[in-house]
Ligand binder design. Structure first.
Ligand SMILES: [Ca+2]
Ligand SMILES: [Ca+2]
Length: 249
């Protein structure tokens, strides 16, 4: 009976995480299986945003980090006019003056998340004149039911002078659950780690994993955006797909 309960729980969580659960173990959908045939899972290394090269890159990363800290300070003080000076745009809630209480709550939770970030962890960056993606490396997190590759990412737009403006940040970003019953011999952590590496891969380095752009998990994934997984700026407007997904229209 216990085993059945575990299976049901895992099924529910797997559904939430966007996995197909068909034959009693975690599966990739067809598109993933095709990729797997081309590159053995065990040796697969995901494409990552480049590490900070030093010099100008590091100075820009530090400048962006400073803007982020200023932004957090404004959030903490519920200072909307201050927030406006260091962000690309206000959230719909905070742009609505009738929703001050809701906006304050949003600012509190955004502060709680952002204040856990540490500058030294943000060792990866991709940028051009219009935008910056600042990211940590992936690291593995494990609980009784889940194993995940996690990273933190801060997205910035840049104004006409190149000054970074906070656009969005997520924690944990691209957390990718692979759920397992550690006692189940069909599922082993090494295999899951290989699958996690597949799931976070971002071929065009636009900040969106391949599967999100390919909508490989249509119907169960909430974050599918249908952009070109091999083109950083699908519509050619200068905004990278991952950055553009945060810009309100
Ligand atoms: Ca991508
Ligand atoms: Ca674009």
């Amino acid at each position: 009976m216990k085993k059945i309960i575990i299976a049901v729980i895992v099924l529910a969580l797997v559904g939430f995480a966007g996995y197909s659960y068909r034959t009693g173990k975690l599966n990739f959908l067809t598109s993933r299986a095709t990729t797997a045939a081309q590159t053995p899972e065990s040796s697969f290394t995901p494409t990552e945003i480049p590490t900070l090269a030093g010099g100008a890159d590091k100075a820009l990363a530090h400048e962006a980090w400073g803007v982020f800290q200023t932004y957090l300070g404004f959030l903490h003080k519920h200072d909307i006019s201050g927030v406006k000076t260091v962000t690309q745009e206000l959230s719909t809630t905070c742009a609505d003056k009738a929703k001050t209480a809701e906006c304050n709550k949003l600012m509190d939770s955004a502060y709680d998340i952002g204040s856990t970030f540490k500058e030294a962890d943000f060792t990866h960056m991709l940028f051009d004149a219009k935008q910056i993606i600042l990211s940590t490396s992936f690291h593995t997190e494990t609980s009784d039911l889940a194993r995940a590759l996690v990273r933190q990412v801060i997205y910035f737009s840049r104004d006409e002078k190149g000054v970074p403006k906070v656009l969005s940040y997520t924690f944990p970003n691209e957390i990718t659950y692979a759920l397992y019953d550690a006692k189940d011999p069909k599922v082993n952590p090494a295999g899951l780690d290989a699958r996690l590496r597949f799931r976070v891969n971002d071929r065009d380095l636009d900040g969106l994993p391949d599967e999100v752009e390919e909508c490989s998990f249509v119907g169960v994934s909430a974050s599918c955006v249908k952009t070109n997984a091999d083109k950083r700026d699908t519509d050619g407007d200068g905004w990278w797909d991952g950055v553009e997904s945060f810009i309100k229209r």
